[in-house]
Design a protein around this ligand. Structure first.
Ligand code: UD1
Length: 414
């Protein structure tokens, strides 16, 4: 779909505006299905994942109004999705299950698609919906849920971000009180809960491992500015840590990125939290160890960008991926650029090298693609990052323009 030509770049200098968070916007868009009134989402990022969800909503009969800096969704008359293609395209479409069930008493989706970074089952979503009283029927590659929801106590076997979001949304309109235990604590969940409360929902404890939702009969419209994208901000901080220089990440929030900022500091990168965003100074000089964990641990979404940093950092860095079982696909591609990486199951050991050389590489998933672009900025000659599947545009808004504006030698080809 798109290729990126990347060349060795001087230290990055300047300012990068951080977009609105993809992982906050997608559930918030789904939350808009919980009311028949207008929901206005400010500054949604221009990403194919957002466009895919928009076309799914339109196919369900929702009215969408797009302006330059806002998206308004009205779900006054809508039905369950009939054409399954848009649902299949991305994992996040599973998040329509809760709102559809809560509003229509019925939901059907084919098993979702998305990045090939692991099996990514949805058993926790279904277990929770079933506890809320939904009848769950699986078959023919899809899942159908039916029934009227009532409050329940739900224990998640692992703190899944998507399951926590889906169940919070479903419970807002259920009869009675729902308690989700071992809930995920990611900032996007806190933002979703605040958005739902602005619609009249009653939710306490979002951002802790126990979330309590008191069902209400209906929700009303609202206007919401979702949080900034911590994955994009973190990726840009990694780019600076590879090339050196001085980057102001406008709108980035230190409180959402503490684990990354500690690791970058350990590596010798200077970080300043300013009123307008995060200031990142200098390149990584010392190796580091990373264990991906649920929030507030180190985010799995920044494991690949940090591996690109490790490739050029002197010494031995170690990565342990605990969230997804197949999230080291970028290691083989980075090796094509001359990186020294050994992968054993969920552990990757990186020996930093001063020399990377440009080559043709493939973006195997969204964050892997970003990692390859970052490494390409520090590789001698030209690196072509091939992204036939369009992973990068699913999650990074105009990454080539943003990097080029601060001195990165990168352009998008076709
Ligand atoms: C979200 C993010 C994604 C991020 C991930 C982990 C969005 C749109 N995507 O994905 O960028 O990488 O959190 O921080 O917000 N699991 C099960 N059963 C389930 C649900 C999950 O076994 O029912 C497993 C998954 O296979 C995975 C782990 O739990 O191994 C984490 O998944 P989850 O937290 O649900 O991630 P997503 O919500 O899909």
């Amino acid at each position: 779909m798109a290729h990126y030509a990347v060349r060795e770049s001087p230290p990055l200098r300047g300012e990068i505006p951080i977009s609105t968070s993809k992982n906050a916007v997608l559930p918030i868009m789904c939350g808009a299905l919980l009311t028949s009134e207008d929901v206005r989402i400010e500054n949604p990022p221009e990403l194919t994942d957002v466009a895919t969800l928009c076309s799914l909503f339109e196919a369900c009969g929702c009215a969408l109004h797009r302006e330059r800096d806002a998206l308004t969704i009205r779900a006054d008359a809508f039905h369950v999705p009939k054409d399954e293609e848009d649902v299949r395209k991305m994992r996040a479409s599973v998040l329509v299950l809760g709102p559809l069930l809560a509003r229509l008493g019925e939901a059907h989706i084919p098993l979702p698609g998305g990045c090939a970074i692991g099996q990514r089952p949805i058993d926790q979503h279904l277990k929770g919906m079933s506890a809320l009283g939904a009848k769950v029927a699986c078959g023919h590659g899809g899942v159908t849920l039916t029934g009227r929801l009532r409050g329940a106590v739900i224990y998640l076997d692992m703190p899944s971000v998507g399951a926590t979001e889906n169940l919070i949304m479903a419970a807002t309109l259920a009869d009675g009180v729902t308690r989700i235990e071992n809930a995920a604590k990611e900032p996007e969940i806190v933002d979703l809960a605040a958005f739902l409360c602005a619609m009249g929902a009653r939710i306490a404890g979002a951002g802790t491992s126990t979330v309590v939702i008191e069902g209400v009969p209906s929700l009303h419209g609202t206007s919401w500015q979702p949080i900034s994208d911590r994955a994009e901000a973190g990726t840009m901080a990694c780019a600076c840590a590879v090339t050196g220089g001085e980057l102001l990440l406008r709108g980035a929030r230190a409180d959402h990125l503490r684990s990354l900022l500690f690791k970058l500091s350990e590596a010798g990168v200077h970080i300043r939290d300013t009123q307008s965003g995060l200031l990142v100074l200098g390149r990584a000089k010392q190796p580091f160890e990373i264990r991906t964990m649920v929030y507030p641990g180190f985010p799995t979404d920044l494991q690949a960008p940090m591996m690109a940093v490790a490739c050029k950092t002197p010494g031995t860095s170690v990565f342990l991926e605990t969230i997804f079982e197949n999230r080291f696909m970028h290691a083989a591609e980075l090796t094509r650029l001359g990186a020294h990486i050994r992968v054993e199951n969920r552990v990757a050991v990186v020996e930093g090298t001063p020399y990377l050389t440009g080559a043709k590489v493939t973006a195997t998933d969204l964050r892997a693609g970003a990692a390859l672009i970052i490494a390409g900025l520090a590789a001698e000659g030209e690196t072509t990052v091939c992204d036939e599947a369009g992973h990068i545009v699913r999650g990074y808004e105009r990454i080539e323009e943003k990097l080029a504006a601060v001195g990165g030698c990168i352009s998008r080809i076709a």
